[in-house]
Design a protein around this ligand. Structure first.
Ligand code: ADP
Ligand code: MG
Length: 231
């Protein structure tokens, strides 16, 4: 789609490979992939204003081309519930990131609605030398890291393929609702998988996508983090 193609061209011109998180989220939005509402603040008072517009609680995140894993360098603050907390979180993030990653050029601060906690899943892609882009689905959080509970398909995929992906991971029962929990909206996940497949089809220059995590609810799902890396 138009805006995504233009954005990728601009990123290339700037000799960058990693899209900034708000850029990756714009791409998601163009492809109809649901993401949390966000604003990009250039200073603390702007962040306060945006938090007011979005409504507390909010999340603050560092935006830097050099920072790929934001929480590793202290670049994420969640559950911010008023202006005072926001101002101190803003300063704390700047100071911590400067300490942990002195080389990082900070280009702004992401102010986001805080998505309610829920089951976390991951949708992503990597490149295989033989197959090209490969689409990945897995449960998020500890499960995906410890158990490697993931499944893969070569795009383009059909809705049946997407449903199979969701159902064949080891932890799929977590999505069906265990111990009285309501089942997760599997159709919303199928939809996201199809949309990421379409994005990969349009843009073979994508080296890696990482929607990690996506919060899935009894109705709907939302990506709270998005990373896109180009070849
Ligand atoms: P990174 O993966 O670069 O460290 P994330 O954006 O994934 O940073 O944020 C780290 C964690 O903070 C996420 O895994 C999620 O648990 C939580 N988080 C981030 N953004 C939000 C949000 N908007 N709403 C709720 N939780 C969030
Ligand atoms: Mg993340």
């Amino acid at each position: 789609m138009q805006k995504t193609a233009e954005l990728f061209a601009e990123v290339r011109r700037e000799e960058r490979f990693n899209l900034l998180e708000p850029e990756a989220k714009m791409v998601c939005m163009e492809y109809g992939i649901p993401v949390v509402r966000f604003r990009v603040a250039n200073n603390k008072e702007e962040a306060v204003r945006f938090a007011g517009e979005l409504g507390y609680p909010v999340v603050l995140k560092i935006i830097s081309p050099q920072v790929v894993h934001k929480s590793d360098v202290g670049g994420v603050a969640t559950r911010i519930s008023n202006d005072e907390e926001l101002r101190s979180a803003y300063e704390r993030i700047l100071a911590t990131v400067k300490g942990n990653a002195p080389e990082a050029r900070i280009v702004g601060m992401l102010v986001e609605e805080m998505a309610p906690e829920s089951t976390e899943v991951i949708v992503g892609s990597t490149k295989d030398p033989r197959f090209g882009s490969v689409l990945m689905f897995g449960l998020g959080g500890v499960l995906v890291e410890v158990l490697g509970d993931t499944t893969f398909r070569v795009p383009p995929i059909t809705a049946e393929d997407a449903l199979e992906m969701v159902r064949e991971i080891k932890g799929h029962r977590i999505l069906e609702g265990i111990r009285g929990q309501p089942p997760a909206d599997v159709q919303a996940l199928v939809d996201i998988l199809l949309r990421v497949s379409a994005l990969l089809g349009d843009h073979p220059e994508i080296k890696e996508i990482d929607l990690n995590p996506i919060m899935v609810y009894p109705k709907g799902a939302k990506a709270v983090d998005a990373r896109i890396i180009l070849e």
